[in-house]
Design a protein around this ligand. Structure first.
Ligand SMILES: [Zn+2]
Length: 164
């Protein structure tokens, strides 16, 4: 079974699968507390970062792919992501030195539109690593995964223009 189809059936439909013989998917999603994925046992490597940004964890991603032969990556952005436009005012609660240190670094990790971001990053990973990379959007409102269409995701109002 296609690992993306398996992901959608397991999470969205709540279908049970027996533990897999070996991992078939590498999934990158946001560290947000509202994301709770239902995954079969032994199915996926999961990397969580702010905004589902694969860049800071790419060495882990590449190593896992090389070591296991997994050829499919799911990039799962989500609605209402705090890394879209980070609220740098929140950093005022940090001690002076830390605020100055982290403000530019956090600002530089802004992802903008979460759906457009994972679509773009998926294309970059495919081009750079030669793997299949599939962008998805996790709707925290309903806890459902939507498979994004690249073209639709780049249009305004993309959040509703998804399939699968
Ligand atoms: Zn997020």
């Amino acid at each position: 079974m296609d690992p993306i189809a398996l992901l959608l059936e397991s999470h969205n439909e709540g279908r049970s699968f027996p533990p897999l013989a070996k991992p078939e998917l590498l999934l990158v999603t946001c560290m947000d507390h509202r994301i709770a994925l239902r995954l079969p046992e032994n199915f996926a490597f999961v990397l969580r970062t702010g905004g589902a940004n694969p860049d800071p964890v790419e060495p882990y991603l590449v190593y896992a792919l090389a070591r296991t032969g997994v050829r499919t990556v799911a990039l799962v952005g989500h609605t209402d992501c705090a890394m879209s436009r980070p609220d740098l005012e929140a950093l005022r609660t940090l001690p002076q030195g830390l605020e100055a240190l982290y403000r530019p670094r956090i600002a530089g990790l802004a992802v903008g539109d979460p759906a457009a971001f994972v679509v773009r990053k998926a294309r970059e990973l495919e081009a750079r690593l030669g793997v299949r990379a599939v962008p998805l959007l996790y709707r925290v409102e309903e806890h459902r995964l939507l498979r994004l269409e690249g073209k639709a995701a780049l249009d305004p109002g993309h959040g509703l223009a998804a399939c699968g």
